[in-house]
Structure formats: structure tokens, C-alpha cells
Design a binder for this molecule. Structure first.
Ligand code: EPS
Length: 366
């Protein structure tokens, strides 16, 4: 038994959709908790005016009855309120009437760093909008909704996952991160940064060294690299380990099987080792600049400047929430594979049995 997730939706289309399969029956979901994560994703010092238009909340179409999962596919929907300004431009059917509102004119000025150029070449589009709408990080909203569902499952297993920004524009203190964001906004520029996600309460034994695709570190790296604008992922001390000696790179084991350090980030040989899971993701500066980069007009082939669209100055705080959701999703999937069960109580019984079996060697950390 495993979890699967399919998402759909364009940034300025009617809605974003996620279909989650493989949840056990009987898992209680709380709309308020899902909406709270959606709101967290929207906040952040570097966000665009778009976030004042959106007030993301989840709708559930299938798989839930009276607040508990049915063990059937769960469909989560987040509407795009901004769609009402794009009714002609993003109409799913041939639009009626004269072109009006946003998105009515084709975009022909690809932004370096966005999906624009590769997208039109790959899919044979004339209007860059046909590529950028799906590539937009807007759709991370439904990934966060799915992540909130994963967190509800993990909470049943005593696992908590939390993401936070640790660096924005090279700054590491909240005040200087905000000052750097203000300066970039003034210069009509953008910033990137680094987020860290920690999961506590993960038992040893999630993931496997048996096959590459089962390795928990590989799966977390995939989940994080799949988020828009992420260019690098580290597990534990990551790249710094390459510069350390073996005597300073590993986590020595004391009686009680307690580790003196957690340089491995809670994963050895692709398997969780019972220490907190710690991963980081690096985000590049956003490619939509108010002071546009040089580009080429796709209709004339002449030098020009890239599309200028309302956008975020930086979205590192949003990435922290999205990365948290991605890690939660992957951990829930690994837990589902290990503990199985159609009803939540079957899964919890398998988890209890496993903790009992390893209990004389490993206990959950306080
Ligand atoms: C994005 C561009 C901006 C961001 C958007 C991601 O959208 P807009 O052009 O509509 O302002 O605000 O992110 C969101 C809307 C969101 O909810 O996260 C992009 O090109 O990736």
C-alpha cells in the first residue's frame, strides 16, 4: 500500500486540484488545519500583491465523509480567486465576446530562468502563457493541502514536520532578511534563499537500502527538487561532509543507541535511523524581475526584454511551507509502505507492533 498524488491546475485558471490515493480509512481531517497551512504559504515578507487577491481555502469533493477519510481517492480543490480577472484570457473553452481582462494578449517575451522558452519549444506553443501557467509556483497550494493531509497521518504516528527559512538573499537574521527583501524590491530585483525542514518522531526503518528508488534520502531529494525554483538539496550536513574527515563526519553511537551528533540528518544508507530528519533546499532568485533581463521577442527574433508580470520579490518563506509539505508527503508515503493497513487502526497496530519489536533497542526520543 502506498500513497499517490496527482495535481492539476493553471495559475490563473478556475482552480487547482489534487487527487490523493492510498489513504487509510478513518483518518480524521481538520479543514481549519489544512487552511492554516494554506494561509502560512501565502504569507511572507517577499510576496506579491497577488496574495491580497487570494484567500486560499480547501474544498473536498471526494473521499471524505463527516471529516473522516473513506479509504477512497480524496480530491482537494483550491480555487483561484484571481480567475475572475482572467475569464476571457484563461477560459477553458473558446472564449465568447471581445478579448477582455488579463491574459488576452499573447506573451512572446520569454523570461530567462522561467519555463517560458523551454515550454514553448517543447509543446509547440505560440503564446508563452500556455507554458508559464502550469509551471507557475501557484500550484504549490494544492501540494500544501496534500501535505497537510500527510501531516495528519504522521501525527497519528507521533511524527511532526516543520519547515523554516534559514537564509534569504544571503542573510540569516529575520531583520536582515527583511532589509535585503526591501532593498531588492526597491531595485526591482528578486532574491533566493535556503529553507530547512526537520521531522521529529520518525522511527528507524523508513525507506530502504535495497533499491535506489526506495532510499528515503533519494525520495526526499526528489520531492524537494520537484518544487519550483529549487536548485539544490542537502541531507544533514550535506556538502560540508565532503570536506570533513571520517572521524568528524559520522554520528558516534553511545549506550542506549543514542547518537552524539546528527550530521547524517537522520538518514543512513537511505534508511531513517531514529534521529530527527533534517533536509535543506536552496531556491534560486525568482525569474520574474520588475527590471527585466535581456531576452528575444519570439515573433520577430529581435533582442528585447523579458516579460514583466506582477510577481514576488522572494518566496523563500512560502518555500519553507511547501518544502515542509513535500517532506511530510514523502515520510507519510514511506510510513504507509512500511505499516500498510486499510483502516487507520490497522496501520497504528502495525506501527505499535514494530515499536514493540525494536523497543529493547530503540525508544522514541522525548
Ligand atoms: C508565479 C508568479 C506570481 C506568483 C505566483 C508564482 O503569480 P502572479 O503573476 O499571478 O502574481 O505570485 O505564486 C502564486 C500566485 C502563489 O499563490 O504562490 C510564478 O510565475 O511562478
Amino acid at each position: 500500500m502506498s500513497l499517490s498524488l496527482v495535481t492539476a491546475g493553471e495559475s490563473h485558471g478556475p482552480a487547482l486540484v489534487a487527487i490523493v490515493t492510498g489513504l487509510p480509512a478513518g483518518l480524521a481531517l481538520d479543514k481549519e488545519a489544512i487552511d492554516a497551512d494554506l494561509r502560512r504559504r501565502q504569507q511572507g515578507y517577499g510576496r506579491s500583491p497577488r496574495q491580497k487577491l487570494e484567500a486560499d481555502e480547501v474544498e473536498v469533493l471526494t473521499g471524505l465523509r463527516h471529516g473522516a477519510t473513506l479509504g477512497t481517492p480524496l480530491t482537494l480543490v483550491v480555487r483561484n480567486r484571481d480567475h475572475e480577472n482572467w475569464l476571457w484570457g484563461m477560459s477553458p473553452w473558446p472564449p465568447e465576446g471581445e478579448p477582455s481582462g488579463k491574459g488576452a494578449k499573447p506573451v512572446t517575451l520569454p523570461r530567462p530562468g522561467h519555463a517560458d522558452l523551454a515550454g514553448v519549444l517543447k509543446y509547440g506553443h505560440d503564446d508563452v502563457r500556455n507554458a508559464l501557467e502550469r509551471a507557475s509556483a501557484r500550484h504549490t497550494a494544492v501540494h500544501v493541502a496534500a501535505g497537510a493531509v500527510a501531516k495528519a497521518l504522521l501525527r497519528e504516528l507521533g511524527v511532526e514536520v516543520h519547515g523554516r527559512p534559514v537564509e534569504i538573499g544571503g542573510e540569516t537574521a529575520t531583520e536582515t532578511m527583511e532589509a535585503a527583501t526591501d532593498a531588492a524590491r526597491r531595485d526591482r530585483d528578486t532574491l533566493g534563499g535556503i529553507v530547512e525542514v526537520t521531522a521529529i518522531g520518525v522511527p528507524p526503518g523508513l525507506g530502504s537500502f535495497a533499491e535506489k528508488a526506495d532510499r528515503l534520502d533519494a525520495r526526499l531529494a526528489f520531492a524537494l527538487m520537484g518544487i519550483q525554483a529549487v536548485k539544490g538539496v542537502e541531507v544533514g550536513d550535506g556538502f560540508a561532509l565532503a570536506r570533513a574527515r571520517g572521524s568528524e563526519a559520522h554520528d558516534e553511537i553511545d549506550p542506549g543507541l543514542v547518537r552524539r551528533s546528527n550530521r547524517a540528518g537522520g538518514i543512513e544508507a537511505g534508511v531513517s535511523n531514529g534521529e530527527p530528519i533534517v533536509v535543506r533546499a536552496a531556491m534560486k532568485p525568482l525569474p520574474t524581475l520588475m527590471r527585466p533581463l535581456d531576452s528575444v521577442d519570439l515573433t520577430t527574433g529581435e533582442p528585447s526584454q523579458a516579460l514583466v508580470e506582477r510577481s514576488d520579490v522572494q518566496a523563500v518563506e512560502a518555500l519553507a511551507v511547501v518544502a515542509e509539505a513535500a517532506v511530510a508527503w514523502e515520510l507519510a508515503r514511506a510510513a504507509r509502505e512500511k505499516f500498510g493497513g486499510d483502516a487507520l487502526e490497522d496501520l497504528l497496530a502495525a506501527h505499535r507492533h514494530y515499536l514493540d519489536r525494536i523497543g529493547d533497542r530503540w525508544q522514541p526520543r522525548p
